[in-house]
Design a protein around this ligand. Structure first.
Ligand SMILES: C[S@@+](CC[C@H](N)C(=O)[O-])C[C@H]1O[C@@H](n2cnc3c(N)ncnc32)[C@H](O)[C@@H]1O
Length: 261
């Protein structure tokens, strides 16, 4: 899953909306112990830069599987203040205990959260923080549209076997995975109703994220038809508001766990 074709330009098209969860998450983080910061699945680095700006004295490393995303991050933010490293979250290990292990909108691309989450928490220093945000996609409308698309006769043989990304666990499951080693756990979820416009607004958003595993598996010449079929489904399912815009609702779960001293 980690070597898929992520497109930084497309991903950043809705940058303001994509920043909203981080706007809600970052102010809730306080670092009380020494140590480095790791941004897992840093993508184009926008958030990694905000993290560095918030904690300028900390060493910050952005880790991503996608060379294109890392190249984009390097181009924009340089190598001087932030280290950019290619790596797979599934096998990544912190070299020293971390003050903060952070992952915004990336852990749902990694399987087996029952083992992954305690593993990531084990890299956090005593008194340090694990913070992540994941979308619940399978239960959202756009996720149901993906399921309909890949079950369609035209696509089933080609991509029907590909799993969409990992559906994150429920909040109680994350709590139970973390509570033995946590001093505090803050968990919440928020539905963001993003106001989108255009011919196929939901498809425009999802093709740079949720459709990536399928597009990566399809030959280039199939991409336009695949995206067009997804656009047709989402245009049928998402109602237009009075002014023609679409409310594209993302359900996002936030977890901030502070490790016991
Ligand atoms: C939706 S983007 C989020 C980017 C950034 N965290 C943000 O909030 O803007 C997801 C990122 O996770 C990366 N990713 C997906 N699976 C990964 C894995 N197994 N290891 C490392 N990075 C991964 C992708 O390359 C992509 O850049």
């Amino acid at each position: 899953m980690s070597t898929q074709n992520w497109n930084p330009e497309l991903y950043l098209r809705y940058a303001v909306y994509r920043a909203r969860p981080a706007d809600d998450l970052l102010p809730r983080l306080a670092l009380k112990v020494p140590g480095d910061i790791y941004d897992l699945g840093c993508g184009p680095g926008t958030l990694t830069k905000r993290i560095k700006d918030k904690w300028p004295d900390r060493r910050v490393t952005g880790i991503d599987a996608s060379p294109d995303m890392l190249a984009d991050a390097r181009k924009k933010f340089g190598d001087a203040d932030i280290a950019w490293t290619q790596g797979d979250i599934a096998t990544w290990r912190a070299p020293t205990p971390a003050a903060l292990v952070f992952a915004n909108a990336s852990l749902h691309w990694v399987a087996d959260h029952v083992n992954l989450i305690p593993r990531l928490f084990s890299f956090v220093a005593l008194g340090g923080v694990l913070a992540f945000q994941v979308p619940w996609s399978a239960r959202a409308l756009y996720g149901k549209c993906i399921a309909e698309l890949i079950a369609a006769p035209r696509w089933r043989a080609k991509v029907g076997h590909i799993e969409p990304h990992e559906e994150p666990l429920d909040e109680g499951a994350y709590y139970d995975l973390l509570c033995d080693d946590a001093l505090s756990i803050d968990i919440w979820h928020t539905n963001y109703a993003h106001v989108l416009e255009g011919e196929a607004p939901a498809a425009d958003w999802v093709r740079s994220t949720g459709l990536v595993p399928f597009l990566s598996a399809l030959p280039e010449e199939d991409h336009p038809a695949f995206v067009a079929d997804y656009a047709a489904i989402t245009n049928r399912v998402y109602p237009r508001q009075k002014d023609g815009r679409v409310l594209f609702t993302m359900m996002r779960l936030f977890v901030v766990a502070e490790k016991k001293i």
